[in-house]
Design a protein around this ligand. Structure first.
Ligand code: COA
Ligand code: AMP
Length: 633
């Protein structure tokens, strides 16, 4: 198959192209309207179609005679457990859980928060919601109660589904007290909390709203999948934007199903019954699309891995999982490979395993450095495919679409636009820039199926964040350029969003938290380069006049504040105290300049700067802390 013809067709006549793709899934009611618009002129796909994603991922395969095939492998080095579930096993469990949820009073269009570790019951909870039309919102288990409370108040769940504990390497983390605390912090009160007790010894304080997961499943009748409109919100997934408040990205059902199946076939080039492993967390977009819904739609075996690339027990764990479960295609973040490379530079662990099953390694979530790709290919000589996407898109926007045509890899590029994405590079005035010229990455509307439907409860933010800057275009928030062959190079965020170990955070949110410390007068949080995590947050703080606390103590207090409010995963560990922050004459903090200073890059002094002498002042503080160009190499 030829990429160019396929891609050109998808841009020339999107309606025809996606009408053909819609035929790949089993609808209860086939859509007659392929592309329409909502009241704000934003594209809606398959408006009058009806389907159910739990049916397409589970029941359909059982009906077609594949019930005994393995749908899910749970591999947990932290509990030393491996468990396999067939499509039939999952159907029974999910249908009963969904029946139990109905009995608790949940109904179509309710919302449910799922706050769980990487265990099969997380997938079952998501599928049970999808089965009965309850919109789920999975919250990453590393978020602190305060973050969970923000999400509870925003999406107002009727139930929260959780587990007794998670395990961070060798630390048991009791989830139930965190959920109770979040509920007490929130204004909205969920009716019930369904708790899966893992019986690992964590404290599970009992509250009146608690329901035991296993008792609920055991005592419930199986319930069938309900037909849902294609535009039914399957899930809300919160992600960081440029303000302190996370945005609840809404995913539809029909467009998402078509897009995911398309991606499994034409991007990942995965055949049904093969094993596909996305080593991410269910709390991120990758988890939703490529641990759960995508692989199961395509009748693949998926892997739920409860561990880390290193330390569980060591840097061999990925290779063991691949060899043990005959993984054919793998997806992870570059950070994970960097962590392994650091522990095992000569690839000694790799040599111990037969990895001949592995065909392709996909990477995404952050920019990938060449050294990491080269190290991987030196030790495992298979294609390493960088591809670019966002929570908002739900599936890749730039990739080497292997199922269409394997294109030559160019280092630093995620290859070319995926079918349906008409990607342009604009300058600030909305004019297309020339080849090899860096600018803002935008996408001409309509975005293809699968992309977000909106921001939960905030139409104005949806419009303002993505569509107001350039009429008729989606603003991605990333910078990049195209070369003469239409290869796209993503160079990084152009806003205040940062990527820490492939996890997305808002520096604005961190600034709000740091500023809430009683001794802080003002601060700037920026993302600085980190060898392992790609980026880590770094705070420059100006203290109040009466502040007498030592740098060390202030740093610890600020780190703790961020851990308590967002979670340890935000990794804000470093601060420096400065006398002033560099600002424009109108009072805007010059964050880009700060980033360059802290990363030791060349910088240009902006003409708008209020007072140039501040640069020397900041440089001397950075020198003292051995940061930026003063870093000891
Ligand atoms: N629950 C509670 N705490 C969590 C957590 C969770 N689910 N996940 C992470 N944390 C904590 C960690 O324990 C750590 O705490 P510490 O500062 O007290 O040690 C902190 O958050 C930072 O965690 P992490 O970012 O995982 O860093 P790490 O140093 O423990 O591990 C890597 C480094 C590279 C191994 C790890 O970041 C990793 O596996 N990255 C790949 C991530 C990924 O797959 N992203 C894909 C998204 S698409
Ligand atoms: P998230 O919404 O958490 O998936 O994060 C999306 C952001 O991650 C994008 O806006 C990019 O900044 C970054 N990102 C994802 N994939 C890539 C990639 N392949 N190359 C560079 N940046 C990436």
């Amino acid at each position: 198959m030829n990429y160019n013809n396929f891609y050109t067709e998808s841009i020339r006549d999107p309606e025809k192209f996606w009408a053909t793709q819609a035929d790949t899934i089993a609808w209860y009611k086939k859509p007659e309207t392929i592309l329409s618009e909502d009241k704000n002129g934003y594209p809606l796909w398959y408006k009058d179609g009806e389907l159910n994603l739990c049916y397409l991922t589970i029941d359909k395969h059982v009906e077609e005679g594949y019930g005994d095939e393995i749908a899910l492998i749970y591999d947990s080095p932290v509990t030393q457990t491996v468990k396999k579930y067939s499509y039939s096993d999952i159907k029974t469990e999910v249908a009963k859980l969904a029946g139990g949820m109905l009995a608790l009073g949940l109904k179509k269009n309710d919302t449910a928060i799922i706050y769980m570790p990487m265990i099969p019951q997380t997938a079952f909870a998501m599928l049970a919601c999808a089965r009965i039309g309850v919109t789920h919102s999975v919250v990453f288990g590393g978020f602190a109660p305060h973050e969970l409370a923000i999400r509870i108040d925003d999406c107002k769940p009727r139930v929260i589904i959780t587990a007794s504990s998670g395990i961070e390497v060798d630390r048991l983390i009791a989830y139930k007290p965190l959920v109770d605390e979040a509920i007490s912090l929130a204004e909205h009160r969920p009716k019930k909390v369904i708790v899966f007790n893992r019986k690992l010894g964590a404290k599970v304080p009992f509250k009146k709203y608690d329901v035991d997961y296993e008792t609920l499943v055991y005592g419930s009748e199986e319930t069938p999948c309900v037909p849902l409109p294609a535009t039914h919100p399957l899930y809300i997934l919160y992600t960081s934007g440029t303000t302190g408040k996370p945005k609840g990205i809404i995913r539809d059902t029909g467009g998402y199903a078509v897009a995911l199946l398309f991606s499994m076939k034409y991007i990942y080039d995965v055949q049904p019954a093969e094993t596909f492993w996305a080593a991410s967390d269910m709390g991120w977009a990758v988890g939703h699309s490529y641990i759960l819904y995508g692989p199961l739609l395509n009748r693949n075996t998926t892997v739920i891995f409860e561990g880390k690339p290193i330390k569980t027990p060591d840097a061999s764990t990925f290779w063991r999982v691949i060899a043990d479960h005959k993984v054919n295609t793998m997806f992870t973040a570059p950070t994970a490979i960097r962590a392994i490379k650091k522990e095992d530079p000569d690839g000694d662990f790799i040599k111990r395993y037969d990895l001949s099953c592995l065909k392709n390694q996909f990477l995404a979530g952050e920019r990938c450095d060449n050294a990491t790709i080269e190290w991987f290919q030196k030790h495992i000589p298979i294609p390493v495919i960088d591809h670019w996407w966002q929570t908002e898109s739900g599936w890749p926007m730039v990739a080497n679409s292997l199922g269409l045509e394997k294109m030559p890899v160019k280092s630093g590029s995620a290859t070319k636009a995926v079918c349906g994405y008409d990607i342009k590079i604009f300058n600030e005035n909305g004019e297309e820039v020339g080849t090899n010229e860096e600018g803002l990455v935008v996408i001409k509307l309509p975005l293809p199926p699968g992309n977000m439907l909106g921001i939960w409860g905030n139409e104005a933010r949806f419009k303002a964040s993505y569509f107001d800057k350039f009429d008729g275009y989606y603003l991605s928030g990333d910078g990049g350029y195209k070369d003469n062959d239409d290869y796209i190079f993503i160079t990084g965020r152009v806003d205040d969003v940062i990527n820490v170990a492939g996890h997305r955070f808002s520096t604005a949110e961190m600034e709000e938290i740091v500023s809430s410390h009683e001794l802080i007068a003002e601060c700037a949080v920026i993302g600085i380069h980190d060898e392992l995590k790609g980026q880590v947050p770094f705070a420059l703080v100006v203290t109040k006049l009466n502040a007498t606390m030592s740098h060390f103590q202030l740093q610890q207090e600020i780190e703790n504040l961020v851990r308590q409010q967002i979670g340890a995963v935000a990794s804000l560990k470093n601060i420096v105290i400065v006398k002033r922050l560099p600002k424009t004459r109108s009072g805007k903090t010059l964050r880009r300049l700060l980033r360059s200073l802290c990363d030791g890059e060349e910088y240009q002094i902006p003409s708008t700067i209020d007072d140039e002498s501040i640069i020397d002042e900041i440089n001397s503080v950075l020198k003292e802390h051995e940061i930026g160009c003063y870093k000891i190499k």
